[in-house]
Every structure is written in C-alpha cells, then in structure tokens.
Design a protein around this ligand. Structure first.
Ligand SMILES: [Zn+2]
Length: 185
C-alpha cells in the first residue's frame, strides 16, 4: 500500500474550506493525503423546518468519502473550524483506544501550550447527538479505518491563522502517530 496512512478531508463545510486549504498547504504529502471537497455544505444549521434535509445531505456527503478511504488509508481526519476568543481544538473520536492514545500524547506535549485541546469521545453521550446525526456510523465507526473529527477554534481573522495551522498540523501528526501504534491491534 503506497498511500499515506492518513487522509485529511477539508471543506465538508464550505465556510471552513479556506482554513482547511491553509492547513493542507503545509502538510507533508508523503505523510498525509488531502481530499478537498469543492462544494461543501454550510456549517450553519438551517431553521428546524429544513433540518431533516440538512442532516440527510450531510450523511450523503460523508458516505461519498468512503471509497476514498477504504483500502487506502488507516486514519480519516475530518477538519472543521469555528471561532472562539482562545485558540483551541476538539479531537472528536469514537475509538476508545484512539481517544486514550490522544489523551496520553497531549498530556506529554509541551508544544501545545497556549491552546486548549480537548478529546471528545463520540458515540456514547447525548451531548454529541448532533455529530451523530450528521456523520453516518459507516464513517465514524468503520472497522476498516479510524475516524477523527478535528475542530480548530480560531481566535481571530486570517492573519492569525499561522498559529492555528501549526496547531492543526501538530494534532494531525499526533493522531497519525496514534493510528500507527494502534495498527497492530
Ligand atoms: Zn465544520
């Protein structure tokens, strides 16, 4: 298998594509393959009356990722971004061993100082109901690969992106390291 172990997907939400491109522009193509969604969905949920269609479109878009991942990659990183006064990140993962490895790696990492990084388990809490309704289980709970949702919280305009991009790339590298370690399970 010649593909990199990790596939980075950017632009599921179209408003977040520009940041995704900034992150993807700095990854090593030998380590991380990039899949850019040219016409993603809006990250802003519509009024409740149109929520059903919005969630159905999300599920359909996520299912289109499967042929890009299966038999090619071991780890799918689904990059998102939001805004927050403080630079930070959520690592959303369903696999308990991956969550545990990420927690351990983050506890030992000094490079992430200044950023608030949380590991959010997906799949067993009502708090993540929204994520579960828009991401089909074939994507977040597929025995053939690991899923990681990576949400980066951007504190300011685009000229403050370099630190956020560096954080995103470091977290992708940490996740790739975990995926490699878990591969022999
Ligand atoms: Zn998003």
């Amino acid at each position: 298998m010649n593909s990199p172990q990790t596939l980075l997907v950017i632009g599921i939400h179209r408003e977040e594509l520009a940041f995704g491109q900034a992150v993807a522009g700095g990854v090593d193509p030998a380590q991380v393959a990039v899949l850019e969604i040219p016409e993603g969905l809006s990250g802003q949920p519509p009024p409740i009356a149109r929520r059903f269609q919005y969630e159905a479109l999300h599920r359909a878009l996520y299912l289109q990722l499967l042929p890009h991942v299966l038999n090619r990659h071991r780890l799918l990183v689904d990059l998102h971004s939001g805004s927050d006064p403080q630079l930070g990140a959520d690592l959303i993962c369903a696999d308990p061993a991956l969550c545990e490895c990420l927690r351990t790696a983050l506890a030992g990492g000094g490079h992430l100082a200044g950023a608030e990084v949380r590991v959010v388990p997906l799949g067993d809490e009502s708090a993540d109901l929204h994520a579960r309704t828009i991401i089909p289980p074939q994507v977040w709970r597929n025995p053939a690969f690991l899923y990681l949702g990576l949400e980066i919280y951007l504190p300011g305009p685009a000229d403050e992106w370099p630190a956020a991009c560096a954080l995103a790339r470091e977290l992708i590298a940490i996740a790739a390291g975990c995926a490699g370690r878990l591969d022999g399970r």
